[in-house]
Design a protein around this ligand. Sequence first.
Ligand code: AMP
Ligand code: MG
Length: 414
Amino acid sequence: MKEYWDALEIVLNSTKVLGNEKVFITQALGRILAEDIVADRDNPPFDNSGMDGFAVKYEDIKEATEENPAILELVGEVKAGGESLKVESGTAVAIYTGAPIPEGADTVVQKELTKVEDNKVFIFQELPKGANIRKRGDDYRAGEVLIPKGKLIRAAEVGIMASVNRATVYVKQKPKVGILTTGDEILDIGEPISSPSQIRTSNTYSLYAQILETGAEPVILGFAKDNPEDLREKLENAKSCDVLLTTGGVSVGEYDLVKDFVSEVLGVEPIFWKIAQKPGKPVVFGIWGKEKEKLFFGIPGNPVAAMVVFETLVKPALRKMMGFEKVFNPVVKAKLIGGYKRKKGDRLEFVRVSVEKTDDCFIAKTTGKQGSNILTSMLKANGLAIVDKGITEIKDSELVDVILFDSSFMLEKV
Ligand code: AMP
Ligand code: MG
């Protein structure tokens, strides 16, 4: 039996980063960049105006005041995207934000400091030379690496890619993650219930959603009964996946066959079986594929255990496959309101909690019954408080580390 932190380390050390693929930048959000993004030209590409106003020569507006304005002849206008004009001594050109600075001009006076009458521009204030001009290359220079490979692509990165004329971009691939649901008693949505001992699956779909949340690609491989023929047949479907998740059938029960059949059908090499944690003790982890580049997680059937094992073990591995440098969920310190007590401290425990933000700290409350079959406790939870091995009591308001799996509580009401 592995300690949780050792199990996590083994999983991550066994996980290989996937290759690259080309996607449209509209599909690149949330992916990891697999190439450097380089500027195709200077930005701004030319000197341009930062204001609506008048392009002038500084010499002509020097010492202009309210009482003694500079008076210049208006000789034209230039808009953003327009042709550049020429400013001679004693003249001004009307200019708009983003428009190229006319030849001869070195300063832009914003409209608010001027008045126009009979084709004459009155300028009531001196401005420093170069005022309101955005210089070519102020932002970046042609050839500069603007986004280094390895970066997580957010909206700002997508915008920069567009501005340097990139329609497509290389990103790290996402793993195809197969979900095989096992158990004689398990029914898919829509299947008629013929006996009260049958159970409607939740794991198939909670795992599906968690895979999507991680940014990977879920594939439902089907539902297998606890018998060799069915398991063999359904496991065949897993061959095209990068990661196989099975749920159910990994504890010591008579029908717990999954771990034997993944070895037989897929050549899974088992690495460990069982983690000293609660919930989710009966976890099988193995590697498979030509170069042992694929992962197998045999996840317990208990719905809460399945979700917790995914958050704490599978998700970091999927993130590593997708090229993430930071693979673990955020962990915050929170005051555990009401504390927590347990009889035995023989295993690390992930206690489901609901975390809230107060003005100066995070507070966490346990979500009630902690049995690993109480799925509704996950509805109320947004975090997992880590109660270390050896600890049997956390006092009221003591600080605990909480792994967050949903940060929507950080959103603010208007
Ligand atoms: P097992 O890991 O197969 O021993 O299953 C442990 C418990 O989880 C049993 O009560 C199962 O009925 C339940 N269970 C197994 N698979 C699922 C599933 N896909 N959805 C909901 N409950 C499940
Ligand atoms: Mg079972």
